[in-house]
Write a protein that binds this ligand. Structure first.
Ligand SMILES: Nc1ncnc2c1ncn2[C@@H]1O[C@H](COP(=O)(O)OP(=O)(O)OP(=O)(O)O)[C@@H](O)[C@H]1O
Ligand SMILES: [Mg+2]
Length: 461
């Protein structure tokens, strides 16, 4: 959708603008010529021309509403298609192909209706202008002939004038044919501006400095945060992670764990004095330098369409073969890749990938590791994987967290037993904090979560 909008803007810049400008220029020149040849008739034609211009403007503004609606519906239609393609396997396994196809119907109909109205408005313009110009010429001839008869003007002047009057309306036609392009561009520009504004939320202000390698650690200082103004999500979050240590965050779903990770990466703005890297407020650190030094493995593993190699070296395109293999070995995925026929050149994508969820996770970790970030964030690195992959991930995690400051969110508590500090987050608040051994001794949420998992795993095994 975004590229579609930008295409529309560029089409207008390349094709419509110069046509419209030259048409306007032509209108001005012919107006002068008409007023010069015969001021009275010239005044009449010019007056009618202004009325014509006003009609065009009104109809343009009216149809703009429909063009905008049309573009918006197209966006909704596209995201619906995207959603359905992503959920293809669920649709097939539930046998709801027909219903899915039918769900496109309302979007199609809305798009069709808006297009018809919009196109009627813009399509009407050209014939209206043509009809209008014929009427004007008739009026000119009617009065002109009378003037000739009364000997006010010579017949030659009338002939020249009629030609001018016919020429005068041609540029209006030109403008009308490019109107639709302008409308698409205007509605596109509005949406592009909106997106740009959203990104503007987090900008480097004057005096922001580059991120420096951590020497003390990261501190959350009574942080409050909410996505929506009314509802406070994170409340009074206070904890520290020492440099080169590992912090784990655990807790029930929806508690705000992922949100904490996003705040660390400046996805959303926080007030001053809430997050510190060493003694530097996060708001004084430049966004790009911060993000370059924080590696994130997201909860949803992202595999791009391309080869496995391209997926691993995504963040460092100039990485050597050895570097790539080194990280792949570190996360225990190298052996699996070597069993594939085309090895690192095997194609992969997110939809029908040859990779399992766990393998995707390992590749995501390898991708992040290759960049060698100072801080590593792993979001639920071990959910949805079999026990062999889980143990592979656990082994690789043990190696990689040693070399840097790391924050790990885990649902499976087994993987974070060795964390230097564990915080338990419940409904946006830190309810417990300590090492695994310390927390187990307390009679709290952590021991409850731990023994529940332990019990369910024993039953499963
Ligand atoms: N972009 C967003 N806009 C509004 N609300 C959001 C947004 N992202 C998350 N939330 C809400 O914030 C709350 C915390 O979400 P978050 O993803 O941080 O939880 P979590 O602890 O990571 O959960 P899980 O264990 O399931 O991954 C949830 O109620 C969620 O609906
Ligand atoms: Mg989460």
């Amino acid at each position: 959708m975004f590229t579609n909008d930008i295409d529309n803007i560029s089409n207008m810049m390349n094709q419509a603008i110069d046509q419209i400008l030259s048409s306007l220029f032509l209108i001005i020149i012919i107006s002068f010529a008409m007023l010069n040849v015969q001021p009275a008739l010239g005044g009449v034609v010019l007056g009618l021309g202004i009325i014509m211009g006003i009609i065009m403007l009104i109809s343009g503004i009216k149809s703009l509403k429909y063009v905008k609606g049309q573009q918006q519906t197209l966006g909704e239609l596209n995201s619906n298609i995207d959603e359905k393609i992503n959920g293809m396997s669920i649709i097939i396994t539930n046998g709801i192909q027909r219903e899915t196809i039918e769900s496109f119907q309302p979007y199609n109909e809305k798009y069709r209706d808006l297009s018809i109205i919009g196109k009627t408005y813009s399509g009407m313009l050209a014939p209206v202008i043509q009809g209008f110009s014929l009427i004007v010429i008739s009026v000119v001839i009617f009065f002109g002939v009378q003037m000739v008869v009364r000997n006010t003007i010579p017949v030659g002047i009338l002939i020249v004038f009629v030609q001018y009057a016919a020429l005068f309306f041609q540029p209006f036609q030109q403008i009308a044919t490019h109107f639709n392009m302008v409308q698409l561009a205007v509605s596109g520009a509005e949406r592009v501006k909106k997106v740009m504004k959203e990104n503007e939320d987090i900008v480097d202000h004057k005096g922001s400095v580059n991120y420096k390698k951590l020497s003390k650690g990261i501190m959350f200082n009574n942080l409050y945060f909410s996505y929506e103004k009314e509802e406070q999500l994170l409340k009074n979050i206070k904890f520290e992670v020492e440099a080169n240590k590992m912090l784990a965050i655990v807790g029930p779903t929806g508690g705000g764990k992922t949100t904490i990770m996003k705040l660390l990466n400046k996805f959303y703005a926080v007030d001053n004095n809430m997050i510190f890297f060493d003694d530097l407020d996060i708001n004084n650190i430049s966004v790009t330098s911060l993000r370059k030094n924080i590696g994130i493995v997201l909860q949803e593993n992202v595999i791009f369409t391309g080869t496995i190699k391209e997926n691993i070296i995504f963040g460092k395109m100039d990485a050597t073969e050895e570097e790539m293999i080194r990280v792949a070995k570190k996360v225990n995925i190298h052996d699996y890749i070597m069993t594939l026929e085309q090895k690192y050149d095997t194609m992969a994508d997110n939809l029908c990938s040859i990779l399992s969820a766990g393998q995707k996770q390992l590749i995501s970790i390898a991708r992040t590791l290759l960049v060698d970030p100072d801080i590593l964030i792993l979001d639920e690195a071990t959910s949805n994987v079999d026990t062999v992959t889980e143990s592979n991930i656990k082994k690789s995690m043990d190696v990689i967290v040693k070399e840097r400051t790391s924050l790990v969110i885990a649902h499976r508590l087994k993987t974070i037993l060795q964390a230097d500090k564990i915080i338990v987050l419940d409904s946006g608040e830190v309810v417990q904090c300590g090492t695994h051994v310390e927390l187990l001794k307390e009679d709290g949420l952590y021991s409850e979560l731990y023994y529940n998992q332990f019990a369910s795993e024993r039953v499963c095994n």
